[in-house]
Design a protein around this ligand. Structure first.
Ligand code: SAM
Length: 281
């Protein structure tokens, strides 16, 4: 059967390289190249950008990104078994694919990337949230990337885009909403993957804001939301007691009822509280 790029279908690639999926590496592969091209398109125009991909595996999304015109793809893969399959893709797209063998949580990829950079990945579920938090919390803002187009378990995707009052609303939604515009652009059933996971998945597209949506010190904001959501059913005057001796007065002065609960409070009010705490007296 003809493919988008003349390379063999992914089922053949997996068979030829004996890429039996390993659960501990979060390996649920996408084998439909029309679907991976669609995911690549949801990352926007790639023609003038480098794309960082985490976990290319047999290369389904990598091929989608290249076929959709990515200037250069830098793909970080932990599983050495996938490297020969990825080398075949690199040979079909001379100079446009760099594969780095290693752990995405440890490798420093900056030297391999040229701005503008977009990140696109069907993430291994065990490290997806940690990577997202790292990308959203760099020491300086704006970060090295312009947008993130990431596959997550649907439940995690819903936590990223959640609004106040919803069960999914919490620290992840506040962090994402503070520094990006985030939306779910696609949902996928388990059967879209091989092997099929137990849960549905969703692709989230996050576009960075050049400045955080409301001013606040990131560390203070993070401390407040951690305290507030670690006891999300408690009233804020109680969950935030350790923040300042006069926390009730501070809540009131920024317009938050001390009896409110974390899940009712929006980003703007949390940022106002963070500024109040940073200001001290
Ligand atoms: N991109 C492929 C696709 O869409 O079919 C594979 C996605 S699969 C969900 C996750 C991939 O991440 C696997 O290839 C796995 O080996 C790789 N991986 C797991 N942990 C990793 C890590 N710490 N660093 C880099 N890659 C990792």
């Amino acid at each position: 059967m003809a493919t988008i790029d003349g390379l063999p279908p992914l089922r053949e690639v997996i068979r030829a390289h004996d890429l039996v999926a390993k659960k501990q590496l979060g390996q649920n592969f996408l084998l439909d190249l029309n679907l991976t091209s669609k995911i690549a398109r949801s990352a926007g125009d790639l023609s003038g950008s480098d794309v960082l991909e985490i976990g290319p595996g047999p290369g389904g999304l990598t091929r989608g990104l290249l076929a959709e015109g990515a200037r250069h793809v830098v793909a970080v893969e932990k599983d050495a078994r996938a490297l020969p399959a990825l080398a075949e893709i690199a040979a079909a797209y001379p100079g446009r694919l760099t594969v780095l063998h290693g752990d995405a949580l440890e490798l420093d990829v900056a030297a391999h990337l040229t701005a503008p950079v977009k990140i696109a990945a069907n993430l291994p579920y065990n490290i997806g949230t940690e990577l997202l938090i790292r990308w959203l919390s760099p020491p300086v803002w704006p970060p090295f990337w312009q947008s993130l187009t990431l596959m997550f378990q649907k439940e995690v995707a819903e936590r990223i885009v959640a609004k106040p009052g919803s069960d999914h609303y919490g620290r992840l939604a506040l962090l994402a909403g503070w520094r990006t515009d985030a939306k779910i652009v696609m949902t996928l059933p388990p059967e879209a993957f091989t092997p099929a996971p137990k849960v549905h998945s969703a692709v989230v597209h996050l576009t960075r804001l050049e400045e955080p949506r409301f001013p606040a010190d990131g560390k203070v904001l993070n401390r407040i939301t951690a305290m507030a959501f670690n006891q999300r059913r408690k009233m804020l005057r109680s969950s935030l007691k350790g923040l300042a001796p006069d926390v009730e007065a501070r809540l009131e002065s920024v317009g938050i009822a001390p009896t409110a609960r974390a899940e009712e409070i929006g980003l703007e009010a949390f940022c106002a509280l963070a500024r109040n705490i940073s200001a001290g007296t």
